[in-house]
Structures are given as C-alpha cells and as structure tokens.
Design a protein around this ligand. Sequence first.
Ligand code: 5AD
Ligand code: SF4
Length: 480
Amino acid sequence: MSGESRKTAVVDKSQMEKQKQFSYKMSSVISARYDEMPKACVITYGCQQNVADSEKIKGMLEQIGYGFTDDRHDAKLIIFNTCAVREHAEDRVFGNVGSLKQYKRENPDVIIALCGCMMQQKHIAQKIKNSYPFVDLVFGTHVIHCLPELLYRTMTGGKRVFEIPDMDGAIAEGIPVKRDNGAKAWLPIMYGCNNFCSYCIVPYVRGRERSREKQDIINEFRQLVQRGSKEITLLGQNVNSYGKDLIPQVSFAQLLRELNDIDGDFRIRFMTSHPKDCTKELLETMASCDKVAQHLHLPFQSGSNRVLKAMNRNYTREQYLELIHYARELMGDELSVTSDIIVGFPGETYEEFKETLSLVKEVKATSLFTFIYSPRKGTPAARMDDPVSQQEKSKWFKELTDLQEKISAQQMKLHEGKIYKCYVYGKGKLNDNYIAARNDGNLIIEFEGDKSLIGTFQNIKVIEPLTFVMRGEIVKEKEL
Ligand code: 5AD
Ligand code: SF4
C-alpha cells in the first residue's frame, strides 16, 4: 500500500513483520514456561467492533500457540477487551477484574491483561495501575497489532506493561483472525469516528475515521465467501463516511455494489449508519442489490431538534423522517428499521422527551436499542447541567420501552403470511424439533425442520407472529 493512496495512516509492513517475529519468540517463551499448551480466555464487552478486535486478538494468540477456553479459571492468560460507552459496562469490568485478585495470588503464573476502549482513558489506566496491582498488561486500542511484542515484554521483562499511546490511529492489515463463527462473520471496513456527538466517548478512545483500502476489504470478503460465510456484516462507527480518506475517494454505496457482485450465496449486512451521512444513493443501492439485507440500523437518538443540536448530531427530526420515508418508498414493508435512542440527555425536558415518543410512533421501528444517558468524563455533555433525577429518567425510559413494545407487536403482525428467504442459524426455542432462522430484517422465525438445514438459506412462510419471534413453516421451491 502506498502512502499516496490515502489521507490517513497505515501501520507499515516492517512493523507487522516485527510482530510476526515476536510471535515466534513468544512461542518459545510459552513452551519453556508451561508443560502443556496454555489456554487463553478472551472476555469481550460492548459492540461488534470489539468482537471483531477480539477475533484478531485470538488470531494472534493462536499463532503464538495458545488454545482457548471460556472458563477463566482454566486459562493461563485472561484478557478483558473492554467497552467505555456507558458507565454500567465499566462497572462490570471493574467487578470482574476485581474478582480475580485472589485467583492471581494463588496462581501467579497466570497473566491478566486489559485492553479496549476503557483502557484508552487516562483516568481508568491510572486506576488500574494504582488499585489493581495484579493486572500484568494494559494496552490501548491503537496497539492491538503489537500484542505479540507486548506479551513478550510482560512475560520476560519482570515488570507490568502499560502501553496506551494517544494517537489518531492507523490501519493495520494482515493480522490473523480467529472467527468465533464462520457462517456469521464480522468484517471491519473502517475504524474511529470524527463526529464528536457531545455525549459519546468513542471519538476520544478510537481515534479519527480511517478506512481500509477497498481492495483489502474485497479480498477478505471473497475469502470469507469461499470459506462458507453466509452473513457478512460490514462494521464501522459510521459506515456512511467510508472511503472519504481514500484517494480517489470511494463511497460506501460503491463498496456495497462491488461486494454484491461477488459470486456466491450470502447476505451482506452493515452497521452503524449516521443519518447526517446517509445518502439517497445508499438507500437506492440497498434497494437494488439483491444480496444486501433490507435492514437499516439508523440511530436517531432523540426526536427533539433542540436536543439533537445539543448532541451535535447535525440533522433534524424532519431530515431523519425524510430518509425513512424515502427508504420505505424504495423498499416497502420488506425494510426493517432499527435505531438507538438516549433518554435523559442533560437538560432534556419531559416535553422534549415526548417529541422522541412521537418520532418513535412515526418511525415504526422493528426494534429499538434504548439507553439512559450515562455521563462520560471528558465529553462536552458531561459538563452540561443535568437537573432531571435518575428516578425520573427511569420513568421516561419505561414509557418509551412500553410504547415500542406495542409498536413492535403491531409491526410483527404485518409479516403474517409473508415468505422470506432466511438464514437458518441454530436450534429453536419454541419446541424441541424447531430450528431458528433470521430474515433480512434480522427477525427470528422458528419452524419445524431438520438440524441439517442449519447453515443454509431457506424460504420460510410466517404462520404466527409471537412477541419476539415468529412461528413459520418451510416453503418448498415448487410452492413459491
Ligand atoms: N450514554 C448513553 N448512551 C450512549 N450511547 C453512546 N454514548 C452514550 C452515553 N454516554 C448510545 C448511543 C449509541 C449507542 C451505541 O450507545 O445511542 O448509538
Ligand atoms: Fe459516538 Fe456519535 Fe461517533 Fe456514534 S457517531 S460513535 S454516537 S460520536
């Protein structure tokens, strides 16, 4: 990759080669230290980006010679890949790491490491340094590719290692990936965020937006298809601004079209979209590409224009609705819309919250991801006046989830009698002889069928919409 084909940084090949060398050195270190193949336990919090990062972490560990376990007490290396988006996620990490104190005392050869968004915040890293002396290694989001070297330093240097450089971030290609599930794969297409929504910590801990080269994405995508991946989700904090840093620029819609043209039986999903960058071209591309799922995750966060402005979201309620109407015009009932909403942003009044409720009624989303505002140190919103009590915010939250429950149930009814191409992913819960599948809109349909169908696409007719899943039956090719 030449430095001229993009405006943002790339980790150079020599650095990646150096890490490979450390990987070999680490293989010797672990074979000298342990009698049998040591196991690693990687615990992941937060979003799919973190899941994708953990798959890289596991890829590097596998290359070194680690096996894997879900039981932290069976592991010689325990890594927590953390999330900073809300306080609740952080509290869970502190609780879980704290509970290993005694275990580490009894098993001093076990290595405990922490990484991810939480560690990229200075006050958190400091707290770990001072109050969690049994943690051996802490590394930030920009040096994941250096894990072999960092582990080597931790295991041979006799000191705790803290490696948390503060930087914009760079694209690192060529890290091995160990995927949790071959059929349903995550494929990061870009990293970082430039939006600085006033409540959000992500831009501070994940650096600036940077896109992978289109050809690198296409190559990885092809490999996934060849290895049998059926649902491939393209990941980015704001996928709609994909390619703005590439020279020449590439649009996300263009990338989607090229991936859609690849031969094979698969479905493409993507997340997350930002309304300010969601173009009509993208919606038209979604509608015209047969392998792109008709599912739009488009977070609106609030229905009040004043709150949206205070959140620094750069769109209005009216602009959001225009996008949804246009998308529905193009894709009809086939389209599933989902969204994220924050309740109780600092200074939000009940009147403003009611505007969120009214937008929820208009959008008619399939489902919503709803959150009570959580102040994040260092963000502008954390410095704003926040007079509404937590108790009051919880009441609003309940009002919102009750409303959406009714809307989801009504939306489910629209599917009765419809036939969808679904990806069969596993065992069902409704009955022992049921298996479960997802349609384009990510809705779960369970039906009576043989387990040998798991991992294939099938046409399923919806018989009975229930609350969270639908009961269906398989449709034979000739009945279509
Ligand atoms: N408090 C509550 N929710 C938040 N989100 C991001 N930051 C915060 C915060 N400080 C939510 C947004 C975002 C989703 C991933 O998490 O709704 O879209
Ligand atoms: Fe956070 Fe806004 Fe970026 Fe999403 S778009 S990661 S909410 S700053």
